[in-house]
Design a protein around this ligand. Sequence first.
Ligand code: NAD
Length: 297
Amino acid sequence: MTAQIIDGKAFAGTLRERIATHVAHLKQQHGITPGLAVVLVGEDPASQIYVRSKGKQTLEAGMNSYEHKLSADTTEAELLALISQLNADPQVHGILVQLPLPEHLNEALVINAIDSAKDVDGFHISNAGLLATGQKAMVPCTPLGCLMLLREFCGNLSGQNAVVIGRSNIVGKPMAQLLLRDSCTVTIAHSKTRNLQEIVRGADIVVAAVGRPLFIQGEWIKPGATVIDVGINRIEQGDGSTRLVGDINFDAAKEIAGAITPVPGGVGPMTIACLLANTVTACCRMHSLPEPEGLSV
Ligand code: NAD
């Protein structure tokens, strides 16, 4: 059996088109343009690429993009002052502080200073609490994208056995909460889990967010399972070049799974699309307008 390949790139493209349509509607019908502010502190090369890409896709969707680039020696007080200014700005509906921050800045303090209604990354403690208690929250973008793919490719998730491998605040924990909310029976595995292979064997849905290249073996997968690979790992090849791989041994797993996301081209493209979706959702909530279907959960 060869698995259906879940084309996250194509799905994200369709999602961005739907977002652009709704943005046009907000402008025409209500005179509102959703705006996303992205704050980058320092010069981490990977973060610079992410921020550039977020800004570009925000503009392509017809939204306003506000980039704030601060030097690596920015003080906590200066960063908090900028966040406070963005919180008060009615043109800004979403605020994202690119992580990781330089070591002298307290990440939790900074994230929790963002107005939770504008917290389009969904990392604010209020949003984590709302999600955990089944209330309307801003949902972290990567797990939101994974859930959209799962709903699209599996339909109703109710009663399915799901394992989430990884318990980070940005991927593993919110992913588990979302699956629970869709009535899956959820197991969260992590670095101290003893019988990972057996747990994966029993899962109808596997979400891997570990950060270890090709860690999950193909033969661990239950035949017909749906496999979502969040991992992004760069490995060296024999000829000195490098390539991106996920946490799942894709070549082996695709022979056993029912459906599987590739890396690249699976979960990755969904993350920024969901950031745009969250910005539109935040804008609609802020203006008490109906939320477009399919952009939030
Ligand atoms: P993290 O390092 O914060 O968490 C990794 C998790 O893996 C931890 O909870 C740890 O307990 C678990 N783990 C480590 N070793 C394990 C083992 N042997 N068995 C079981 N669990 C183990 O990482 P993160 O931020 O959650 O990211 C995970 C991966 O997802 C990384 O590769 C990251 O680059 C990728 N990622 C991708 C996107 C995207 O847009 N596609 C977004 C965020 C993260």
